[in-house]
Design a protein around this ligand. Structure first.
Ligand SMILES: Cc1cc2nc3c(=O)[nH]c(=O)nc-3n(C[C@H](O)[C@H](O)[C@H](O)COP(=O)(O)OP(=O)(O)OC[C@H]3O[C@@H](n4cnc5c(N)ncnc54)[C@H](O)[C@@H]3O)c2cc1C
Length: 372
């Protein structure tokens, strides 16, 4: 039986990182906010668990500081393949590795303390653009935010599911009790896909495999990364293997009337970019501003801008993934011109414009690419 209608300004479906950040941002903009999620806290998810500096900057705008005691910093990105390694520092700041349940607890705590009403184990029975029914309670709202991940049901119900067909790869992650051996997030490349290593504490690392092979076996794939397998051999696994689809999808629109999409529900880029969380946090900030102005159209524009570089980078990296010979050439060219890799990382994190490469530098890199 449905109880009396409860009123909230902003109703958010999905209390993952995107939903919690959007809730916090909306609350800071003065709205009364309710977040519903069908899972129980704390929520874990297969993820590489690295937050890039642009994502941390967006979190700081929401007043969120991730505690040093349960994070591990990284200063840049290192690519490793059979032909060698190349790395670059971030132009500004550092990134942080953090276990997903820890991130979830921290964000939920900030949201709760800000006065966001959080409902866990909440079953969404009905949803329209006017009202929602959850666990027998009906809610009316001014704004509806769909933040229920890449297979968002609320997005479908709101009629915003149209877009490109998803391109899928498959992600698996496991943690090991190993002191991080590098101050970088290391992305190891092989013909099996990529394995990347994120430090998540002083004595633990997250190892994520992203591959085109749905039935890949983590242990077998590990053997195709000769720099990595010996490092992990014999070390204690601290979590069980967890998998998720890594999908690339662009939607026709991310808002309509009183409804907006945020996080993976608003389209996603391949996990190899490491930008999923950062994009979600930036979108949360932009969306709160749009709701405050009373018009979501500015969010559509901001969303495009936030996704532009990560999409382009995902395209580049997927091309390298699909063409091993090209990848080896690119790696050799990066090794010969490490400043090009630094510049690319600066573009990736929003610290430089894609147009800032300069003709001379681009020609030099092109030459190395041809002759590598
Ligand atoms: C293998 C892998 C590695 C990755 N590595 C990184 C990385 O290193 N760095 C990075 O930034 N990003 C990474 N990503 C991407 C990142 O995980 C996502 O972008 C991020 O989780 C998006 O957050 P979200 O809140 O939008 O969605 P989710 O984290 O999927 O959260 C959605 C929430 O909605 C809830 N929900 C779903 N359906 C309903 C419903 N019907 N009713 C109520 N609640 C519902 C779920 O319980 C969940 O809590 C990776 C992804 C994969 C697959």
């Amino acid at each position: 039986m449905v109880k009396d209608m409860q009123r909230t300004d902003v109703f958010i479906v999905g209390g993952g990182p995107a939903g919690l950040a959007a809730g916090l941002a909306a609350r800071m903009a003065g709205f009364d906010v309710t977040v519903v999620d069908h899972s129980q806290m704390p929520i874990d998810k297969a993820c590489g668990e690295g937050i890039m500096p642009d994502g941390l900057a967006a979190l700081r705008r929401l007043g969120v500081e991730l505690p040093a005691s349960c994070t591990a910093p990284f200063r840049g990105i290192r690519f490793v393949d059979q032909s060698g390694k190349v790395d670059a520092d971030f132009a500004q700041g550092e990134g942080l590795g953090i276990r997903r349940p820890v991130l979830h607890n921290v964000l939920a705590d900030y949201a709760d303390r800000a006065g966001v009403s959080l409902k866990w184990g909440a079953r969404l029975a009905n949803l329209s653009q006017e009202y929602a029914e959850v666990n027998g309670q009906a809610y009316s709202f001014r704004w509806l935010i769909c933040a229920d991940g890449q297979n968002s049901q609320s997005r479908k119900m709101a009629g915003l599911d149209e877009g490109s067909l998803p391109r899928r790869r498959f992600g698996f992650r496991r943690h090991y009790r190993v002191a991080p051996w590098s101050q970088f997030v290391e992305v190891h490349w092989s013909d099996q896909g990529q394995m990347y290593i994120t430090p998540v504490s002083r004595d633990e690392i997250c190892v994520a495999l992203i591959t085109r092979q749905q039935h890949a076996r983590f242990e077998d794939a590990l053997q195709s990364f000769p720099d990595l397998a010996p490092r992990l051999h014999g070390s204690t696994e601290t979590t069980r293997l967890m998998g998720a689809v890594s999908s690339t999808r662009r939607l026709r629109a991310v808002q309509k009337g009183r409804v907006a999409l945020v996080g993976d529900a608003s389209g996603s880029v391949d996990a190899i970019t490491g930008e999923g969380l950062s994009m979600a946090f930036q979108q949360a900030v932009a969306l709160a501003g749009a709701m405050r102005s009373g018009n979501l159209l500015s969010y559509e524009e901001a969303h495009k801008e936030i996704a532009k570089v990560p999409r382009a980078m995902a395209g580049l990296m997927l091309t390298m993934d699909g063409h091993p010979k090209l990848r080896q050439r690119v790696f050799r060219a990066f090794a010969a011109q490490p400043e090009f890799f630094s510049k690319m990382l600066a573009v990736h994190t929003g610290d430089a414009s894609p147009y800032s490469f300069g003709v001379k530098r681009s020609l030099a890199f092109g030459w190395h690419l041809l002759t590598a």
